[in-house]
Design a binder for this molecule. Structure first.
Ligand SMILES: Nc1ncnc2c1ncn2[C@@H]1O[C@H](COP(=O)(O)OP(=O)(O)OP(=O)(O)O)[C@@H](O)[C@H]1O
Length: 217
């Protein structure tokens, strides 16, 4: 396994997301080991590698959806690995945003309700306006009341992007975020991720049009 660090892994006390000597095993199989990467605020980093090399698993470890076998991950100087269920849940809710292949939307609920779920920290009186703005940004203006199950795959992906726009998480994890989209919409997603990274946050994701690259194998 080889990897490049966008910025060489520095002292873990600095701002940003620091992956330090991370290892993941499934039984005897070592997926990757001694993986160290530092992502500074506003950076957007692409993780590349062959099928099965562990890209999604790495994103899951950063997203606290699974535990690494060794090593640690720090955000702004604080260790987030092995935090326990309650603190992991708070971290996921308050700091992380996901853009994953299955969109993770509530099928039976409408677009507005799906976005509202991500806005617990936003004043109620501001929610409708922010939702309108986000839907305009992703080309779904005026469609607040449509249920998710009626939308195409690409439209659902854009709702997932709008959910990030209203949540404004510190860290966005994107797993093949443009897989279901045509080239114009794929560009819109990448531009939006870039803009979000620029205005605050770190963004490790899987996409070939990258600013920086971390390669697994
Ligand atoms: N819970 C698990 N138990 C055992 N093996 C697993 C588990 N989760 C993932 N793996 C294995 O780890 C390897 C890496 O999977 P992962 O999905 O991270 O790869 P990937 O690089 O994202 O692949 P792709 O590009 O094909 O999506 C795969 O061989 C997969 O079968």
């Amino acid at each position: 396994m080889k990897h490049q660090t966008p910025q060489q892994a520095g002292p873990a006390s600095t701002k940003g997301l620091h992956i330090i000597s991370l290892e993941k095993r499934f039984g005897q199989r070592v997926l990757w080991s001694q993986l160290s990467v530092s992502i500074r605020p506003s950076e957007m980093v692409a993780i590349t590698g062959p099928s099965g090399s562990g890209k999604s698993t790495l994103l899951n470890c950063i997203g606290l959806l699974e535990e690494p076998s060794a090593g640690s991950i720090e955000v702004d100087g604080k260790t987030i690995t092995h935090m326990g269920a309650h603190r992991s849940r708070l971290f996921r809710r308050n700091r992380l945003g996901y853009l994953f292949q299955d969109y993770a939307l509530i099928d039976e609920a409408n677009i507005e309700d799906n976005l509202t779920v991500a806005m617990q920290a936003t004043q109620r009186s501001k929610r409708k306006h922010l939702i309108g703005q986000a839907l305009e940004r992703v080309g779904l203006e005026g469609r607040q009341k449509e249920p998710i199950y009626q939308l195409s795959g690409g439209e659902q992906q854009r709702v997932a992007l709008a959910r990030l726009l209203v949540k404004k998480p510190n860290i966005i994890l994107a797993d093949e975020p443009t897989g279901a989209l045509d080239s114009a919409n794929a560009q819109m997603v990448i531009d939006s991720l870039r803009a979000m990274a620029k205005t605050g946050g770190h963004c490790p994701h899987r996409h070939p049009r990258r600013q920086h690259c971390t390669s697994l194998r």
